[in-house]
Design a binder for this molecule. Sequence first.
Ligand code: SAM
Length: 246
Amino acid sequence: MKGDKHYDEIANEYKESKELSFRKVVEKYSINLMLGNIEGKDILDLACGEGIYSRMMKNEGAKSVFGVDISHEMIELAKKAEKENPIGCSYEVNDVFDFKPKKEFDIVTGFYLLNYAQTREDLKKMCQVLFNSIKKGGKFIGFNDNPMNKKENYGSYRKYGFIKETTPEREEGAFIKYTMFNHGEDGFTFNNYYLSEKTYEEVFKEVGFQNFKWVEGKLDPKEKGNPFWDDFMKDQPFIGMTAEKI
Ligand SMILES: C[S@@+](CC[C@H](N)C(=O)[O-])C[C@H]1O[C@@H](n2cnc3c(N)ncnc32)[C@H](O)[C@@H]1O
């Protein structure tokens, strides 16, 4: 086991942070656009957390959704939601670094997974797992900390409910500390790790993916013209990515 289980300590707060408005009007909206029509698809949701997007994908017509996360507490929340309202998602506690798929999937998703890779080698191991889990003709859809986000702006997202902090020098493997504020000034924290966009692009290619693309977040048209979102959208803290197995 290589990944860390910090989310066991922040599972409820993290779940609650999904109520912040950026989660809905940028994150969820952008993920949905990247997913497109998923009717009838078998989907593996790696780093599924408490299952928010696993449920969303099943409700949007996926044939099956299998969620995997290293955090026992996050998977407990996901299983609890499935028990309370059974929709046919299944979940397993596992480290992505150790994950061996029992079958291949049409789509593999990783929403805030790859930003846990601390080195190029870690990223390569994770990407190899993604690649091995996808059918030929299938794809990976991800959402991540944005390596192109200027670190000078890391402190500027407080009005959206979080800030980012990092080391003075931007170097491969540097931590990116998130503090999220669900209510008032009492924040909770977790770390992501910086790897350059070039490292991502090269590693996806090395493991055999084709057509790797960065996909900028999109603002839900319901918020169009609302200047509140200008700072968020002009230097986006998160970014989508897609890649194909041909
Ligand atoms: C920011 S949360 C995102 C959860 C979910 N995808 C979402 O968008 O709400 C990141 C998740 O990645 C999980 N994680 C981190 N490293 C992992 C690893 N090596 N294997 C499996 N899960 C991992 C954490 O436990 C946590 O639940």
